[in-house]
Design a protein. Structure first.
Length: 320
């Protein structure tokens, strides 16, 4: 039956913002006038654009567009999530489960998607019967069933959180290429497949939000993590391109880059609040979920979650 679906230039104030590559700086006042309140007005990896992080005094730094900063300058419009339907992949544990819980608390309808049916059903019961659809996102037929089940129940898809992923920790000379191919399929190809699957509904609505979950490893060079970081770097590029390609359809595509998070990911070896290495603290999955929900509400282009202590201001929607 047919359905009807309703400069950056990190520079002193004396230097005008300008375009560097394809990243446009914000036409805003210096950081002291920023309303975000977090002072994260520069890229955590400014060396990538030729400047060390301490090259310019904080009071003279320019707020940079959301591709590099907190996201304040990439807000599309702020959504009320009440009644919104949002598919969350990798929802059986960790960041995905925390995101589903927070969406439910916000009045939205999270669609729970993951491979572990028993955990999904348990979470569904906890969330008053929210729709749970066992899904392997590397299986195209399973993706189609997920989208069909969502539309059958709610007749619309407002949001998608591409959270499902897997780690890979091997030196490049020791990578098993079959394993690497499987990780690429899950971390990269499945995100494209999920995005393609929800686009017909979002285009019909002329509205949608997609949030892709990347990794802070793409901001660093870490021996032993190259294969995994490469998959997430590919996701970063796909997110940037799809944001531009889908803008005319009323669809905002956002990127969230968590730091180390205390989940089952990586064998569950990290505990919340514990310092993993100097300057790096394992974050709560609930903290990351709050940032993801912020991105769903605002449509910001990119939110980098800094290493170190959790920053509560990142979890709130910037004031207008």
């Amino acid at each position: 039956m047919a359905r009807s679906r309703s400069g950056p230039n990190i520079a002193g104030a004396a230097i005008a913002p300008k375009i560097v590559g394809n990243i446009r700086s914000a036409s805003a006042s210096p950081v002291k006038d920023c309303r975000a309140g977090c002072t994260r007005c520069y890229s955590p990896n400014t060396s990538a654009i030729g400047l060390p992080t301490d090259a310019v005094p904080l009071e003279d730094r320019w707020p940079v567009a959301a591709t590099l900063a907190c996201g304040q300058y990439g807000v599309v419009d702020v959504w009320d999530l009440t009644g919104r339907t949002v598919i969350v992949t990798g929802a059986s544990s960790g960041i995905g489960a925390a995101t589903a819980r927070l969406l439910h608390q916000s009045g939205a309808h999270p669609i729970l998607a993951a491979r572990r049916d028993d955990r999904l059903q348990s979470l569904s019961r906890e969330l008053n019967g929210e729709l749970a659809v066992p899904t392997d996102v590397t299986d195209r037929a399973a993706i189609a069933r997920l989208v069909e089940a969502t539309l059958d129940r709610y007749n619309r898809i407002d949001g998608l959180v591409n959270n499902a992923g897997v780690g890979l920790y091997r030196r490049l000379d020791e990578l098993n290429l079959e394993e690497f191919s499987r990780v690429l399929d899950l971390n990269v190809v499945s995100v494209v497949a999920m995005t393609q699957a929800v686009l017909p509904a979002m285009r019909a609505q002329r509205s949608g939000r997609i949030v892709n979950i990347s990794s802070g490893t793409t901001r660093m060079v870490l021996p032993g993590v190259g294969g995994y970081a490469a998959t997430k770097a590919a996701l970063n590029m796909l997110t940037s391109v799809s944001r531009q390609e889908l803008e005319a359809d009323g669809i905002a595509v956002s990127l969230v880059l968590p730091s180390i998070t205390a989940t089952e990911f990586g064998g569950g070896r990290h505990q919340p609040g514990r310092e993993v290495r100097p300057g790096m603290v394992a974050h709560d999955p609930e903290y990351v979920a709050q940032v993801i929900v912020r991105a769903l509400r605002t449509g910001e282009e990119r939110i980098d979650i800094p290493h170190g202590a959790q920053q509560p201001q990142l979890t709130t929607v910037p004031s207008s």
